[in-house]
Design a protein around this ligand. Structure first.
Ligand code: NAI
Length: 340
């Protein structure tokens, strides 16, 4: 079988990770085109990844390059339109989360995806491809912890990434803390429970970084959720983890509990020094989810090769965004929000 020819749009913080993986780590795929607004990033793609064709216009890339698929890693506000254009061109699409920034544009995008059943669409909820999350999911599905009662999730970006986040948020709308960060945890809540979220109550506080006020972003947010079967979820999202990249999940069931990355450990090393016993922590998303980013794209390529659809669907993207938007509305209005 010929290699799947992929073009990527976006070569920023995450785009570079996906571009590198497609060109080096995904059997059966090759990165043949790249699109970015930044000339230095395009030089990187040409010189380091040996990408044949580079573009500053997405439309030109999908029109002129002979592609089988696109990988969309542009800012969130562009995803829906870029997915639609690629689908209409007959391409398979991998898109980063979130699917879009409003419900209408996502629903319109899903209509177009549904008209192309022979093209693969996959959304970038990479945590589902992380070994620990996969293991936990199997335990939950096998009934090891009984019926779920509470899910607690932490998703906190490192303070060291704040400067680059402020740049990102200034350049383009991130969708806010819940659509940008909590969306992964919302997906986990839906994935582990198999249930939809019915109502949310969320709040937020900015304390350490006034620069976040200027870009209308929250530093820390908390959301309390009730699922359709009365299971409860508590989400903490933030941008100010001094110690590193803190992603932690707890599942409480009638027969036991599971914790995933209770401490966001970097590896198995413990250092004994003048500070006592030190466990280094993971510092950023490319480090913590290195393998998961590779596995999700392997799955995307395998879906294309085997002519099947991915487990992570556009509908998952829609439902997660509905919850994220409800959380933001709850913060803005100080009300409990019911999700229809
Ligand atoms: P970034 O700001 O670092 O990079 C954005 C890239 O898109 C740059 O290469 C820029 O030149 C390009 N770009 C901007 N507007 C464009 C346009 N109109 N046409 C073509 N290219 C354009 O952003 P970052 O952090 O890499 O995020 C990109 C997307 O990935 C976001 O949607 C974000 O939510 C998602 N993301 C997902 C993560 C995950 O854990 N799965 C982690 C980080 C980001």
């Amino acid at each position: 079988m010929e290699n799947i020819r992929i073009g990527i749009v976006g070569l920023g913080r995450l785009g570079k990770v996906h571009a590198f993986n497609i060109s080096q780590n995904i059997p059966g795929a090759c990165l043949v085109a790249a699109c970015s607004l930044d000339k230095r990033e395009l030089e990187y793609a040409r010189n380091q990844l040996h990408v044949e064709e580079t573009y500053s216009q997405y439309e030109e890339m999908i029109e002129n390059s002979n592609l089988d698929a696109v990988c969309i890693v542009s800012p969130s506000g562009f995803h829906a339109e870029q997915i639609q254009l690629a689908m209409k061109k007959g391409l398979h699409v991998f898109s980063e989360k979130p699917m879009g920034l409003n419900i209408k544009e996502i629903e319109n995008t899903i209509k177009i995806i549904d008209q192309c059943p022979n093209q693969v669409f996959q959304l970038g909820f990479m945590r589902r491809y992380d070994d620990s999350y996969k293991y936990a999911k199997k335990l939950v599905d096998n009934g090891e912890i009984g019926e779920l009662t509470v899910i607690r999730c932490y998703g906190i970006d490192p303070s060291s990434g704040l400067e680059s986040f402020v740049k990102f948020a200034k350049a383009s709308n991130s969708g806010g803390l819940f659509s940008d960060m909590s969306i992964h945890d919302i997906d986990l809540v839906r994935w582990f429970s198999g249930k939809e979220v019915n109502r949310v109550w969320a709040m937020g506080k900015n304390a350490a970084y006034p620069e976040l006020d200027q870009v209308n972003e929250l530093e820390t947010g908390v959301a309390l959720m009730q699922l359709e079967d009365k299971t409860m979820a508590i989400l903490v999202a933030g941008r100010n983890a001094i110690h590193g990249y803190h992603v932690e999940t707890e599942l409480i069931g009638t027969k036991g509990m599971l914790r995933i990355a209770q401490v966001p450990e970097k590896n198995l090393v413990t250092i004994f020094n003048e500070h006592g016993m030190v466990r280094p922590t993971s510092q950023n998303f490319p480090e913590r989810f290195r393998e998961a980013f590779i596995c999700e794209l392997k799955e995307f390529v395998e879906c294309i090769q085997k002519n099947r659809q991915s487990e992570v669907t556009a509908y998952d993207g829609l439902q997660a965004t509905k919850v994220a938007i409800a959380c933001q509305r709850s913060v803005d209005t100080n009300q409990i929000i019911d999700i229809k």
